[in-house]
Design a protein around this ligand. Sequence first.
Ligand code: ADP
Length: 593
Amino acid sequence: MKKENWLKTLLSFAKPCKGKMTLSVLFAVISVAGGFVPYLGVYQIMKQFITGQRDWEEVLKWSGVCLLGYLIKIVFYGFSTVLSHISAYTILEGLRLKVADKLLKAPLGVVQSKSIGELKNIIVDRIESIEPPLAHMIPELSSNLLLPVAVVIVLFSIDWRMGFASLITIPFAAVPMAAGMKSFHKQYADYMAANDYVNSVIVEYVEGIEVVKAFNQTTSSYARFTEAVLSFQKFTLAWFQGTWKSMNLTMSILPSTFLGTLPAGLALYLQGALTPEEAAFCLMLAMGIVGPFLKAAQFINECKSMEFGVRDANEILHMAELKEEKQKREVPGFEVKLNQVSFSYRGEGKDMALKEVSLTLPEGSFTALVGPSGGGKSTIARLIARFWDVTGGSIEIGGADIRKLSLSQLSEMVSYVTQDNFLFDCSIKENIRIGNPKATEAEVLYAAKAAQCEEFIERLEHGYDTTAGEAGRQLSGGERQRIAIARMILKNTPIVILDEATAFTDPENEAKIQKALFSLTKGKTLLVIAHRLSTIQNADQIVVLKDGTIWEKGTQKELIENCELYRNMWKAHIGAKNWSVTAAEEKNRAVEG
Ligand code: ADP
């Protein structure tokens, strides 16, 4: 992965709010200048008393100046903070949108190689962790660094010796600070890794809670979970113990500026180099260095949190994208052709899932893929939908290489229904409408009816308006599949791929759906992957896949005559069907008896 400076990445998202960020910095500087005014005012007031002038008008005037300075500090700090928050959220918005876009454009395999915990951690937590430091850094860091610098400059201008005296604690504090910071980056990286691990284990635990319960494991016996939590606790404690001495030492030495300024101020006063009011002013100023400086030191941690947030987001931002043409191309037909297609999920040459497969699905025909599990059937389907790019060879639709089409044009041509049907947490109606967001109410209802959804949707309390979350566990795997089929019907593309799309459906409903499906897909290029061979016996061609190659192809009749593998599969299927019919009859007899 290309390594990019994290600050550069962050600033690249700051373009839409450049003006606001500049203004925020400007206001922060004005605020700092305003904050400095009261020091000057107090000095003038002290002077009135120490020199014995006691001009009350002067005192009043300088009190007013102090108040004005203070007001400027507060008001401009407020403006700066508002602008910096707007900028921070704009940057975050850009970052999140880009990450989401990347996930869509990257090959599915690359996205799926990351766990949900890992992705959630980056998209939600890590990116969120960038906001507070980003929003606060501009106004606070500017004021917390600028003010001490301005104070030291003034001290030097009063007397250079007072300037040096105010800095005397820095070399002493630097020693323990350097010791504490020596391995800070590595420790922080380890902390983030430990944090990621515990996060992903927790997500996995929650996702797999059904299995944990089913196998009667208590939380403490779920070793991976408890070990991860315990090791995280040990790690953070050890880190804290390793740094608290040096950090506390630094924090106690650094603010003790009086150690330098008090003796130096008094000595210079005795020598007559400083007037009493100047000596008092210097001491007061020196005290003003400490607070902001300590606050600025806290940003070291925050900066690291930002750096790691952006670094992790960068991991997604630099994912390889599926290359696509932006322009729509004229595609003359919808024949799908695989030319010597090879594919490996692990990179070229390793564990080939497909080996030089050549296959033509004529436009408007019905092709079925069958064969033993792991033979490569789903891989062919996914490659046609371009979830991955082929490792070797090419896939064409209507004579055009699918890599030369835009992803949206391909999506307009191909519908792909799998066994895993994800429902978004919106109403069932909206879940179906995903197939075609412009569909009318009547079209949605028609698709639902054709996919045999009506009967179970009517059972739900709010019918079509029930949310998927509300319906929750009430929906069986088969019912979810039927919603996905309704989506596909609504999408109405010229090429349809059904990958075990009715596998979870009971035989009675399956027969109904099949009937509806075949009439709705008439004239379309249809590719069906099916376990139940009876559902594909009328296919124009049946392709038997085994170990990533085409074993045999033909019609049902031809294969039963010529292909032993298919004949055996067919016999096993018929046997299983007969067995299930016999078992059902016996059960009925037993009930009747
Ligand atoms: P089928 O659909 O015929 O059961 P698949 O196309 O799912 O077969 O799988 C073909 C081969 O590719 C198998 O060896 C399988 O283990 C492997 N495979 C499938 N999906 C993935 C994946 N996401 N990552 C790595 N290997 C995979």
